[in-house]
Design a protein. Structure first.
Length: 234
């Protein structure tokens, strides 16, 4: 009887040991797969850009533009995570000035968004955070380069604040492995144009006609951008 009990005990201990080994192996494999996900990726898509604010003399409208981003989003086993991005963004606006002339202003930004992510499910993720940006170049469709050697884009840059910052929020959908569908809204907090008093001290050149500052107004005009993009995470 004693031998039967000992044999049975050994048998059940062996089963328990095998089960525990398999469970540990499965957990290790899952952890290794998770750690092998580097979290690098890219997004490419369209901006629908405008400016908030305005004036009685100028009407602003949305304009499309290209956006390209690379990002780092380390895998997270919990609900909360983060995503760091480096982004090229063509923004700006279409306008109609008091004379009825229409045109387009294109602003090229290099931006660094930092987003907090909230995983609702493995397919849906909410994102909220902040961004900082630097204006690389600007162009007005009604101000082509002249033959006098003066570059109007340089004059226009003198009228603008080169640094922008603000808040961003959006939603990201992961329909299948690696694929990304992203929608985001960026709201700038910095004024697009400098104060009239600052411009008068540093730039005697006449202000472009589309600019609200042409009427010596200090308009609180800021960037407002809707981004729609697709991408892939490795």
């Amino acid at each position: 009887m004693k031998k039967i009990i000992q044999t049975s005990a050994c048998f059940f201990l062996s089963i328990a040991f095998i089960f525990q080994s398999q469970t540990t192996s499965a957990q290790t494999t899952t952890a290794m797969k998770s750690s092998n996900k580097r979290g690098f990726g890219f997004r490419i898509g369209l901006n629908y850009a405008k400016v908030s604010g305005g004036s009685d003399s100028v009407q602003y409208h949305y304009k499309p533009g290209l956006m390209i981003a690379v990002f780092l989003a380390p895998p997270s086993s919990g609900v909360i995570g983060y995503k760091s991005e480096l982004l090229y963004s063509r923004q700006g606006f279409d306008y109609t000035n008091p004379n009825g002339t229409t045109g387009t202003v294109s602003n090229d930004y290099l931006m660094v968004p930092q987003m907090m992510t909230i995983n609702i499910t493995k397919f849906v993720q909410l994102q909220a955070g902040a961004f900082a940006g630097y204006l690389l170049n600007t162009k007005d469709s009604n101000r082509p380069k002249t033959t006098t050697g003066n570059d109007p884009s340089r004059t226009m840059l003198d009228l603008m604040n080169r640094f922008d910052y603000g808040a961003a929020a959006g939603i990201e959908i992961h329909p299948f492995k690696g694929m990304i569908l992203n929608a985001r809204y960026n709201m700038g907090f910095a004024k697009l144009y400098k104060e009239q008093s600052d411009i008068a001290q540093t730039n005697p050149t006449p202000v472009p006609s589309f600019n609200p500052l042409a009427k010596y107004e200090n308009i609180d005009t800021k960037n407002a951008v809707i981004q729609l993009s697709v991408g892939y995470r490795f």
